[in-house]
Design a protein around this ligand. Structure first.
Ligand SMILES: Cc1cc2nc3c(=O)[nH]c(=O)nc-3n(C[C@H](O)[C@H](O)[C@H](O)COP(=O)(O)O)c2cc1C
Length: 171
């Protein structure tokens, strides 16, 4: 199974990346950082079709499992991640062949917030756009991991969450 972790944080080597690194130590997967790409907001007239989105999504759809890794910003996914999701609309309009390749593939999500209470309080609502997008795109939603970093190190509890998540998504 070919697995891609797609990171969408406002910083390359921040907390989300620490969580991503942990997952990468446990499973064989490729990594893409959305910060390395210029992806502009969705445009109804597709005037941004020359930016980095279409070449990137053509690569992403070749994976069997895509793990979206996002920090929690204002109770939601990061803006960079949301823009990526908005642009998937291009795959329903101007690049349908690419969009169709997502059918039958799998999606999972890992989020990283600042502390346990605030992360768990919003977990169901936070997950909804990922779960529903997977359903809409004909993908299997394999689940999520909720993580937080209140110190520099990943806590035992978060480690356990991640191990359970990794077991589940790689079955
Ligand atoms: C713009 C912004 C908004 C944030 N909003 C939330 C929030 O709603 N809930 C939360 O738990 N943490 C929030 N945080 C804290 C981050 O989720 C947390 O520090 C996370 O680990 C940062 O990951 P990063 O280093 O990949 O950006 C916010 C941080 C920023 C910069």
């Amino acid at each position: 199974m070919e697995i891609l972790i797609l990171q969408g944080s406002a910083r390359k080597n921040g907390n989300t990346n620490k969580i991503v690194n942990y997952i990468q130590e446990k499973i064989d997967c490729d990594f893409t950082d959305l910060k390395d790409y210029i992806i502009s907001n969705y445009d109804y007239n597709s005037r941004n079709r020359e930016d980095d989105f279409l070449p990137l999504i053509r690569e992403v759809v070749e994976y069997d499992l895509i793990i979206f890794a996002t920090p929690i910003y204002w109770y939601s996914m990061s803006g960079i991640m949301k823009t990526f999701f908005d642009r998937i609309t291009d795959c329903l309009k101007i690049e349908k062949e690419t969009g169709r390749k997502l059918r039958g593939k799998s999606m999972a999500m890992v989020s990283c917030g600042s502390d346990k209470d605030s992360v768990l309080a919003i977990s169901a609502a936070f997950e909804m756009p990922f779960r529903e997008s997977a359903f809409y795109l004909g993908m299997e939603y394999k689940g999520s991991a909720y993580t937080w970093l209140d110190t520099n190190d990943i806590s035992e509890e978060v480690t356990q969450n991640l191990d359970t998540f990794i077991d589940k998504i790689t079955k």
